[in-house]
Design a protein around this ligand. Structure first.
Ligand SMILES: NC(=O)c1ccc[n+]([C@@H]2O[C@H](COP(=O)([O-])OP(=O)(O)OC[C@H]3O[C@@H](n4cnc5c(N)ncnc54)[C@H](OP(=O)(O)O)[C@@H]3O)[C@@H](O)[C@H]2O)c1
Length: 304
């Protein structure tokens, strides 16, 4: 069969229906308010209504909390924008410890995020990375308490293994609704480590971070894979882009979106034209052979 793989445009994440391309604000630090607002409004107009950030974003470039501050500026500057987006943030990374997901630390993190974002509640809060020194019971208690207090509307995890996610869930009645792994044609680990299987088993929404490999799948420079594997992946992506008459970015995003766990791909470009261009991913006709050819290029061998 040469049918194109289906690419649904929306999915549920807990109580929210969202577009399957989300906009990530990791690289948002330093953005003046008018530019921040333009990026968000461009995203919304294109059908991108999930906005992802984190308390730590900005640390190392400007300051801890800076990306949330700039997003808060834009939300304050554009009345009505807050109600149109599903706002996701994360906490638990505390330089230089590096992690603190004890109950008091997570609650303090969310309260600071609410102040910076100038909003009443976080729609979806994620524990940013597993803190080996925080008991799952304590993390669960923090999420449940914040939910009961109306500070967060839903909860999930990021960079958690399947075992860590399974160990956390029974510690609370609140259902985890999302898991955020790195996932792209350059980082196919969630195909093998069980994260995308757990998502299908339990209904957790996978949110794929760096779906363009942090830009490497557009530029051919750097990225989270050896250069020869990246170049081989790009050769396949360019072939598929040629057939479809679209950019590399659209094909790389379509590859993520085509997985049956229905990931939300979190793009991170700071250029409005590239935010709009990302939506072309939904028009890509990706066959099963195309999808496996990209994976084989990443692996450096044919599927067994
Ligand atoms: N949970 C976690 O631990 C974690 C970790 C990392 C990221 N994230 C989330 O994932 C989001 C996305 O990450 P990311 O920024 O690495 O995503 P990405 O979309 O894979 O990469 C974005 C980068 O690619 C560059 N790029 C170059 N050519 C491009 C093109 N043609 N189209 C689009 N982008 C192009 C962009 O530069 P320009 O701006 O110049 O276009 C930008 O620097 C983050 O904002 C954050 O929300 C989560």
């Amino acid at each position: 069969m040469t049918d194109a793989l289906p690419l649904a445009r929306t999915r549920r994440i807990g109580p929210f229906e969202v577009g399957r391309i989300g906009y990530g604000c990791w690289r948002f630090a330093g953005t003046p308010v008018a530019a921040a607002r333009e990026k968000l409004e461009t995203a919304l107009a294109a059908g991108i209504d999930l906005i992802d950030t984190a308390a730590i974003y900005g640390f190392g470039e400007t300051a801890f909390g800076e990306a949330e501050e700039r997003l808060g500026d834009a939300l304050a500057d554009a009345p009505g924008l807050r109600e149109k987006i599903v706002l996701v943030t994360k906490g638990g990374i505390v330089p230089p410890i590096p992690y603190d997901s004890r109950k008091a630390a997570l609650i303090e993190s969310v309260e600071a995020s609410l102040r910076r974002l100038r909003t009443e509640a976080i729609d979806l809060f994620l524990v940013h990375r597993p803190d080996f020194l925080a008991a799952h019971a304590e993390v669960g208690a923090a999420l449940e308490e914040m939910h009961a207090a109306g500070k967060i509307r839903a909860a999930g995890v990021s960079n958690y293994t399947v075992a860590q996610t399974r160990a956390l869930q029974p510690q609370m009645d609140l259902p985890l609704v999302a898991t955020q792994p790195e996932f792209s044609a350059l980082t196919p680990a969630p195909l093998y480590d069980g994260v995308l299987d757990l998502a299908q088993e339990t209904g957790l929404a996978p949110m794929a971070w760096s779906p363009l490999g942090g830009g490497a799948l557009a530029t051919g420079q750097g990225g989270p894979a050896p250069a020869d594997r990246r170049d081989a992946v790009l050769a396949e992506i360019d072939r598929i882009a040629g057939v479809n008459g679209c950019g590399r970015d659209a094909v790389a995003l379509a590859w993520v979106l085509a997985h049956p766990a229905a990931p939300v791909a979190l793009i991170g470009t700071q250029r409005p034209a590239r935010i709009r261009a990302a939506m072309r991913a939904f028009d890509v006709r990706l066959t099963r052979r195309d999808w496996y050819a990209v994976l084989e290029a990443r692996l450096g061998e044919a599927m067994p």
